[in-house]
Design a protein around this ligand. Structure first.
Ligand SMILES: [Fe+2]
Ligand SMILES: [Fe+2]
Length: 250
């Protein structure tokens, strides 16, 4: 559905890179803990909706802007918090790809959003808000991990009920003050893309200070980690080339 041939090539290449990520994470999880668990139901529903959507905006906002934004926030958090050197290297190398996937969404938005009709902008803005709300309330909710609780002798209904008392808009707002918080990253992505207007600003403002986000500029969380990863890859990939140049010069 992408008309630009460069964009078509980009999309094919992203598919190849995602297959690599799935393989790498599956192997990592298997090496450390055993069989990877299934995707949580809400994220799975969103991914399936994006796959089946005939609208280009749903695919690009849904995948490149929101899901890739989630990936950058989540991997940056793992990179910063983990004590496992293998997890650190794995998330960093995957982020060297994800940073570009997220950037493609930004390029699309910069070229598309300013030319939308008011009706199109409204459709896109409301769909983005719907996705954000779905992810905020469900992505890390205990309802998405029911099968894990039984394994540890916990009653899933009790976990869900008690976490419902502990997690509320107040705690969400507090958590979203952290720069690498995945939901903060999502709102920032939508603000920078010009998708959020006065129509939905109040909804996001329940959780995060929109003007503060605007003042932060458009540097993406995790970009620094990805840049260091690319330098590391260049050292490996161009090591032989440097030798060949020397040999050729001789
Ligand atoms: Fe990926
Ligand atoms: Fe990706």
């Amino acid at each position: 559905m992408l008309k630009d041939q460069g964009a078509q090539e980009y999309a094919a290449n992203q598919t190849r890179e995602e297959a690599r990520h799935v393989t790498a994470f599956a192997k990592y999880i298997k090496a450390r803990w055993g069989r990877p668990v299934e995707c949580g139901p809400v994220l799975k529903d969103l991914l399936v909706e994006i796959i089946h959507a005939p609208e280009v905006y749903k695919k690009i906002i849904g995948m490149q802007m929101l899901v890739e934004g989630l990936a950058m926030g989540a991997f940056a958090t793992i990179f910063n918090e983990t004590n496992d050197p293998l997890a650190r290297k794995l998330t960093q190398l995957v982020m060297t790809d994800e940073a570009f996937h997220h950037k493609f969404g930004k390029i699309w938005a910069d070229r598309t959003i300013p030319h939308l009709t008011p009706a199109e902008h409204e459709t896109i803005e409301m769909w983005a808000a719907h996705c954000f709300q779905t992810l905020l309330f469900n992505l890390v909710a205990p309802t998405q991990n029911v099968s894990l609780y039984a394994e540890f002798g916990l009653d899933p209904d009790r976990v869900i009920a008690e976490m419902g008392e502990l997690v509320n808009d107040e705690t969400r707002r507090d958590e979203m003050k952290e720069a690498t918080n995945i939901f903060r990253v999502l709102v920032k992505t939508l603000v920078n893309a010009g998708i959020i207007t006065d129509r939905t600003k109040a909804f996001y403002a329940t959780y995060v200070d929109i003007d503060e986000l605007k003042g932060e500029g458009d540097k993406m969380v995790g970009d620094d980690i990805a840049e260091q990863g690319i330098k590391y890859l260049q050292e490996i990939n161009f090591k032989d080339r440097a030798k060949q140049v020397l040999i050729a010069a001789e």
